[in-house]
Design a protein. Sequence first.
Lengths: 338, 191
Amino acid sequence: MSFFSFGQSAEIDVVLTDAETRKKAEHKTEDGKKDKYFLFYDGETVSGKINVTLKNPGKRLEHQGIKIEFVGQIELYYDRGNHHEFVSLVKDLARPGELTQSQTFDFEFTHVEKPYETYTGQNVKLRYFLRATVSRRLNDISKEMDIVVHTLSTYPELNSSIKMEVGIEDCLHIEFEYNKSKYHLKDVIVGKIYFLLVRIKIKHMEIDIIKRETTGTGPSVYHENDTIAKYEIMDGAPVRGESIPIRLFLAGYEMTPTMRDINKKFSVRYYLNLVLIDEEERRYFKQQEITLWRKGDVVRKSMSSQATIGAQRFEGSASSESSLCNDCTVRSLVSIAL
Amino acid sequence: MSDPTVADTRRLNSKPQDLTDAYGPPSNFLEIDVYDPQTVGVGRNRFTTYEVRMRTNLPIFKLKDSIVRRRYSDFEWLKNELERDSKIVVPPLPGKALKRQLPFRGDEGIFEEAFIEERRVGLEQFINRIAGHPLAQNERCLHMFLQDESLDRNYIPGKVQPLGLTMGCGNDCFLLFSLALFPFSHLLFFH
């Protein structure tokens, strides 16, 4: 979001030091539009300069101070007035005075903590932005620049498979298995459905991925469910002893990492919903939560000093780890680097 | 050593299927035919009955092959019993056709061949939908409707216990599904 300074006496422009080299990430805004923003990680320094350009070069600009803020905030749509700021840093750039000509001010927020991932959802959004302000008596001149923050994780130490026997007494007994409980966003869900008893006439079976956004606390908790994917895994009637494989590639779907109780304001969780449909269109389903996490991209160049500091803040160690799954080989995994 | 950045997508191991399971008769065989409409009685006391034949291998039904005669009001009775006692949303019956029962019609009214056929189809769809529903299968009224020669309207409503052995595990091994009922109706949760 940015203010257009129509009718104002000056224009502010925020430019990052590493605007040329820093990666951008796509993010869908509240109105559904996809835009690109500079991508930051936890611990990285945010530095740059602001250009204050006078509209009328001859005229002086009186001001009560110039500052720049780095803000991380959560906004609940049903309570727009109250922004919950969890990061709030400010640097004063100029004391009250006047500008006789357009001027540039440098700023640097070193090793800024960015504990949560940028998120825009159905009922809540979490954003990070820089806000440069030229304070004036009547109305301030302000410019905001949104950035996107991704939270990275390493391969979890413990990642057990999910295996369960479920059903309806005497009608349908199945055993489902998913190879992991924690998947990264470009991972593959490998699993199987084993039929132990089939006394109903099944027509087909699918797996849905459901995203549940929870806002509010106590009695006013609100869940917003969204089916992100529907993937048919079986067409036709199975019998006892049959095993149906599952292979679902997550990279094709727009998902975020699992976010639990962010600043005690909201959660975003993901569920696999196994659905069996019989010939009379009756639906039998079993929901199972999975944890999604974001894997960092592997970089073969040497790490910059910024990235080293960033890497030290990740979960788990920066060294390689092994991940076990029931039927897969043990494999060692590459360390995360920015 | 496999490339660590590419996920392992090999299938999980599974038990090979027993051949008798693979090629034997499926355990979900259930077919109900509603056919052979017969109009009985004379004058204003006429009514139509239909033969209701059920063939099944589901253990919950005592008889694997049963034939009974039922009339439209028997189907209505079953619908009411299920609406009261079971948790399912009962599908609709074909219409009561009250207009056809008024006098001075040009045709046979409810004894028109085309009408009887239309009703027969509707009744067949109705009973098949219900009998295949896991939550209706243990209702005593359904068993009486399908397999007793006549309906005892003074019966004691209740549930039927499945015959023979159920699966060998104790109840704590099974987590039950949430079962969604006929389309667009409410979800039901078992615990």
